[in-house]
Design a protein around this ligand. Structure first.
Ligand code: SAH
Ligand code: SF4
Length: 381
């Protein structure tokens, strides 16, 4: 059997690993052993799985592999932010960013190569859609980041405490693979990350928000960016399909479907100078969101990139917008910049990052970090 035909176990959730074990004539409990070796210890060689017999190790090596994405480039920022650029099969690259913050370590994970939603202010959108990442390529980002910090048994604690699906791509347009990967993130035989500490950010794919609500419990962030349909149609073209009223109704259903979800949904709002950053927009936002469901606003001052056609607002305008929302009952935070010396930016990532010519333009990219109250998740864009 050639290497191409081997099945990659990296992207298998617990039930899938059990099914695989049964399929190859082994007992179900082998799944736990395999998952622990792969995700607790980041082992990719069956020979190192010492509690499996020699015959089983040989069989596994013949039929399967543990193949993470290939790292093309790695950067570490002065502030400890780390970035990896991964090669993906079929061409192109995606990025993953790790943001340390005290005892918290947040990993910003990509879900697609490019993105079809084509938001007007997003560099990922500008490159168009290339393809979905597989579950192995998605969880592989967590695997590689964890491996970079050494096995969990040596640290006593996992370095990745939080995951935000805020890298390249629209996660709800790659639903099955993203959910499979998030199951491994949550599973105790995977990374054991609590549902509160996994945040999925979406531009508003309404049917998939409802599906997610039925099938999985994670924190939800919505890329809102505008307080009315006319403006949102321009900034987030998906709004023409799922306008604000429809989107907010699905958020309400998500928020109410499980009692403990009464935790807030985060509304991300990129501030674009002269476009959506005026007090009038803040006023409309208050009207739109007050008395709906528990909500937090996260303001993201625009990250500029060449030929975007947009600018970041002046700081006093950002502060005035922030103050207006907070004064009018919407709990609002502003993301602060992280990792700008290594061009680490979730939410505005480009596939050609390894292209030295374009890199020489030194895009003014940065990672923004939002801190909530202690114990709450961090999101980055
Ligand atoms: N596709 C998903 C998740 C990835 S984008 C989504 O849109 O929600 C993560 C966040 O970064 C989103 O809120 C997105 O709107 C924001 N973002 C995209 N481009 C940006 C830019 N140039 N500056 C600041 N934030 C940006
Ligand atoms: Fe896609 Fe999100 Fe960028 Fe919009 S903001 S183009 S949905 S990655």
């Amino acid at each position: 059997m050639s290497a191409e035909e081997k099945v990659n176990l990296l992207g298998f959730s617990y039930p899938e690993m059990e099914a695989f074990c049964l399929e190859i004539g082994e007992k179900k409990f082998r799944a736990q052993q395999l998952l622990k070796w792969i995700h607790h210890h980041q082992v990719d060689d069956f020979e190192q799985m010492t509690d499996l017999g020699k015959a089983l190790r040989t069989k596994l090596a013949r039929l399967a592999e543990i193949r993470p994405p290939e790292v093309l480039h790695e950067g570490i920022s002065r502030d400890g932010t780390r970035k990896w650029v991964f090669k993906v099969d079929g061409g192109g690259a995606v990025e993953t960013v790790f943001i340390p913050d005290g005892r918290r370590g947040t990993l910003c994970v990509s879900s697609q190569v490019g993105c079809a939603v084509d938001c007007s202010f997003c560099s990922t959108g500008k490159q168009g859609f290339q393809r979905d990442l597989s579950s192995a390529e998605i969880i592989g980002q967590v695997w590689l980041a964890s491996k970079a910090f050494g096995p969990r048994r040596n640290l006593g604690q996992h370095p990745v405490t939080n995951v935000v699906m805020m890298g390249m791509g629209e996660p709800l347009l790659n639903y099955d693979n993203v959910v499979r990967a998030m199951r491994i993130m949550k599973d105790d035989f995977g990374y054991g990350i609590s549902k509160r500490r996994i945040t999925l950010s979406t531009s508003g794919v309404v049917p998939m928000i409802d599906k997610l609500s039925d099938e999985m419990d994670v924190s939800l962030a919505i890329s809102l960016h505008a307080p009315n349909d006319a403006l949102r149609n321009e900034l987030v073209p998906l709004n023409r399909k799922y306008p604000l009223e429809v989107l907010l109704a699905s958020c309400k259903r998500y928020s109410e479907s499980v009692p403990h979800r009464h935790k807030s949904i985060t509304m991300e709002y990129v501030l674009l100078r002269g476009i959506n950053d005026q007090i009038e927009h803040a006023r409309q936002l208050v009207k739109l969101l007050r008395n709906t469901f528990p909500v937090k606003i996260n303001l993201i001052p625009f990250n500029p990139f060449p030929h975007s056609g947009y600018e970041r607002p002046a700081k006093p305008d950002v502060l005035a917008f922030h103050k207006y929302l907070n004064d009018n009952g919407l709990m609002t935070t502003i993301r602060t910049t992280r990792g700008d010396d290594i061009d680490a930016a979730c939410g505005q990532l480009v596939g050609e990052v390894m292209d030295r010519t374009r890199r020489s333009e030194r895009w003014q990219q940065s990672v923004f970090l939002r801190s909530h109250s202690p114990g709450d998740e961090v999101t980055s864009a």
